[in-house]
Design a protein around this ligand. Structure first.
Ligand SMILES: [Fe+2]
Length: 475
């Protein structure tokens, strides 16, 4: 009898050890040249420590957040990589052990020791660059404020108005014309409450509203389409008691209940008042792409759609360095009547496993020409692999242009940075882990030539593990 031994995928080397910070460092060029007009900062966030004291966290989402900043100016790049100095990170560092619970793990200790323990704000999901600070975002709590240049942590930030530590999710949307920033947070009581927020360009909270959801579900992202904010709430239902008693993690308490259907909520972006509320056939999404309002006033938006919540199991397995659960999310476009919440059309744009859709910041909420994505390589094993390519989907030609990075290279969410001399064109920046060389690099592509070699590759001083979301801040 022969036993099947699954070879560990190359990406696992990036997370095998906690990532190492580095101070502001001039980056050396591996190939090409930094474009003269590329001026600004790339910020990326992600879980950088998935183990402490020999104990592994329960889920990829549980790792302590660390931020990478790459500052581009005058054809040069300097970078720094720092853990967000959250209260929980500092306490666990001191104790050299995991203490707190999180999305995918109950707190450590005997059951009576766990009662009443709060979970750790890991500040690991995304970033929001404001004029005078960088916010490290996590959907279960307030953001942490950091120095834009050095990434020094200043502490929790309530945007001058989020009382009682109302959560501020990790997927804010910034209107490119008004500078207004929209976001939400889910708070839990007898029902789940959807809190929605509008801030000015400085991040200061201007208005908020709230509405109860049908059940104790989870919401990760939303979409802005013209004058509307749209939420598609998946049929997840949390069993609250084991979570309240810290006997079970939040993730493990979420049950997929397709019979409950999707709850669709549409809000007016100015008043934050509910426009419509409806139900639809179930699906699951983590992320939306862009949205816009068409000529008839209907909302058109993209999302990466999964048939169910199996994706959560796959993401949990990543923390162990070995995945076995296939969860394929593909890019879909939906057309919805915002007044009724009824779908007029839904169609799959690409039948390829992909994630992290993003658009040019100047096109958020408007009809955009392109969407950028992380995507699986054409013959990748979706059970065991992470994304090995990035791509651009063109809405006019309905074609996909891919940058296949080659075997054992893993890109992060691609982000578009406009050329100030010609804002319709620019660059796509990603951070790549090379599993053969066990190093990380910054890759810069011409946005119109993703299928050509990158125009510049820069060496990072240490491994920056694959993470979640980032932003480009032009200067
Ligand atoms: Fe996300």
């Amino acid at each position: 009898m022969t036993a099947t031994i699954q070879k560990q995928a190359s990406w696992a080397k990036a997370i095998a050890k906690p990532a190492t910070e580095f101070p502001l460092t001039q980056l050396s060029t591996i190939s090409g040249k930094i474009p003269e007009n590329l001026k600004g900062s790339l910020y990326r966030n992600g879980p950088a420590r998935l183990e402490r004291g020999g104990v592994q966290v329960g889920h990829w989402f549980d790792g302590d957040g660390a931020i990478l900043a790459v500052h581009f100016a005058e054809g040069q790049a300097r970078a720094t990589y720092r853990y967000v100095q959250t209260e929980g990170y500092l306490e666990e560092t001191k104790a050299n052990k995991l203490i707190f619970g999180n999305y995918g793990m109950a707190p450590k200790g005997l059951w009576w020791e766990r009662i009443g323990k709060s979970s750790k704000n890991v500040a690991n999901t995304s970033v929001l660059a404001l004029p005078d600070k960088l916010l490290a975002l996590w959907e279960g709590g307030l953001p942490h404020s950091l120095d834009l240049e050095t990434l020094e942590t200043h502490g929790l930030d309530n945007l001058e108005g989020l009382e009682n530590r109302l959560p501020y999710s990790a997927h804010p949307k910034r209107d490119p014309q008004t500078g207004e920033i929209f976001n939400f947070g889910i708070s839990y009581g007898k029902n789940a409450t959807l809190n929605i927020y509008r801030s000015d360009r400085q991040g200061k909270l201007l208005k908020k509203n709230q509405t109860n959801l049908q059940g104790l579900s989870m919401v990760h992202d939303f979409v802005i389409a013209g004058d509307h904010l749209i939420f598609c709430v998946p049929p997840l239902r949390m069993n609250p008691f084991p979570v309240l008693l810290n006997l079970q993690s939040y993730s493990d308490s979420l049950a997929w209940k397709p019979q409950e259907g999707m709850e669709i909520l549409v809000f007016d972006r100015t008043t934050l008042e509910l426009v419509s509320r409806s139900n639809a056939e179930p699906w699951y999404q983590w992320h939306f792409g862009n949205g816009y309002s068409d000529r008839d006033g209907n909302a058109v938006f993209d999302l990466v759609r999964y048939p169910d919540f199996t994706t959560n199991q796959y993401l949990k397995e990543i923390a162990s360095g070995k995945t076995k659960t296939k969860a394929k999310g593909t890019l879909w476009q939906m057309r919805l009547n915002p007044k009724t919440g009824g779908f007029l059309e839904t169609s799959q744009l690409i039948d390829r496993g992909c994630e992290f859709p993003s658009v040019a910041p100047s096109q958020v909420g408007q009809n955009s020409h392109h969407t950028y994505l992380s995507i699986h390589r054409p013959h990748a094993d979706l059970q065991t692999e992470l994304f090995g390519a990035i791509a651009r989907y063109d809405y006019q030609t309905h074609t996909l242009t891919e940058a296949d990075l080659g075997a054992n290279r893993y890109p992060m969410e691609p982000l578009f940075a406009a050329d100030p001399a010609n804002p319709d064109t620019g660059w796509v920046i990603t951070v790549v882990f090379d599993g053969d060389l066990e190093c990380s690099e910054v890759w810069i592509f011409d946005s119109d030539r993703l299928d050509s070699e990158p125009i510049c590759r820069l060496a990072l001083p240490s491994i920056v593990p694959m993470g979640f979301h980032g932003t480009w801040r032009s200067s």
